[in-house]
Write a protein that binds this ligand. Structure first.
Ligand code: MTE
Ligand code: MO
Length: 307
């Protein structure tokens, strides 16, 4: 593709999620090979309902909005801190350690980790638990494709992710505002879901440092804090791991963190949200609008208790 500066990209040129979803290529890339027959049937079901979301016709947020309004406590607690303080953060060379309950534990150079895969562009809704939201054109690799290569053992029930610990380059890590390094976790089926993305880029360009370079997670039906940045370790484990925000305040943050308008956070409503760049608040959708694709994974679970 043509490399353009972000300012050159008109919103009409940005391919919306529905275009990807309607392409057979997407079906081949995102689901069938990984999930087998049952999974592909489920994905085809999801495609039908994605079309229903077309009506919302959501415009992606601008490059400036996405890269200057960030949460990344390693670089400060204010929204404009990460863009201001992450300029000298070094993302090369970068290694990702894969360990735990896998047949192929290894330490990968970033380049070797991503090389085998075709990156995909996907526009996802993104909602922070603080009740703001954006629409973001990510570029990345389905996590399921990476995980297949590691050959997890049947005993691996969860995946834990760890951010790099580099206090010399990350001023926030020199304070104890959170426990470092930042950690996150997913249940194996969530990690293998075709919507779950290992993000390497934004607007078709390399991922900026403030958005989690060189590698960050995006799970679009969960609150933003599940999208751990600057991942340096992926561990396959048997027991449900804690995440950083649970460690900080377990009454406010749970393991699942599924976007749920019916269960409020003690400090922020989850029933509605403010889209960055817009004035009017809008209703928050169950599972952030991805219910048709993901609700089956939580059937029978009490989502008030498992928040
Ligand atoms: N390592 C790390 N990852 C993190 C965070 C963080 O502080 N440190 N903040 C999380 C939160 S609360 C949100 S909302 C998203 C923000 O992602 P963005 O800045 O790309 O919008 O990153 C998540 N990932
Ligand atoms: Mo967040």
């Amino acid at each position: 593709m043509l490399i353009k500066k972000p300012g050159d990209i008109r919103s009409s040129e940005i391919t919306a999620e529905r275009d990807y979803l309607s392409r057979r290529k997407f079906i081949a890339a995102a689901g069938v090979a990984t999930l087998g027959l049952a999974g592909s049937a489920r994905l085809l079901g999801a495609l039908g309902s994605a079309t229903a979301q077309e009506q919302q016709n959501e415009k992606p947020n601008t490059w400036d909005e996405i890269t200057t309004y960030n949460n990344y406590y390693e670089f400060g607690t204010d929204k404009d801190d990460p863009s201001a303080n992450s300029k000298n953060f070094r993302t090369r060379p970068w290694t990702v350690k894969v360990d735990g309950l896998v047949k192929k534990p290894a330490e990968y150079h970033f380049e070797d980790l991503v090389k085998p895969y075709a990156e995909q562009d996907r526009v996802y809704r993104f909602r922070c638990v603080e009740a703001w939201s954006m629409v973001i054109p990510w570029r990345g690799i389905p996590l399921a494709e990476m995980i297949k290569r590691f050959e997890p053992l049947p005993s691996a029930k969860f995946v834990q992710f760890t951010t790099i610990y580099a206090p010399a380059e990350m001023p926030g890590q020199r304070s104890d505002v959170l426990q470092w390094p930042y950690v996150e976790g997913l249940r194996m089926d969530e990690a293998m879901h075709p919507l779950t993305l290992m993000v390497t880029g934004l607007y078709g360009k390399t991922l900026p440092n403030q958005n989690g370079a060189p590698l960050r997670l995006i799970v679009p039906w969960k609150y933003g804090f599940k999208g751990i940045k600057a991942i340096t370790r992926i561990s396959f484990v048997e027991k449900q791991p804690l995440n950083t925000w649970q460690i900080a305040a377990s009454n406010e943050y749970g393991f699942y963190a599924n976007v749920n308008p019916n269960v409020d956070h003690p400090r922020w409503t989850q029933a509605s949200e403010r889209r960055i760049g817009q004035f009017r608040r809008q209703k928050t959708l169950m599972f952030n609008g991805y219910a048709d694709q993901v609700a089956h994974m939580y059937a029978g679970m009490d989502l008030r208790r498992n928040f």
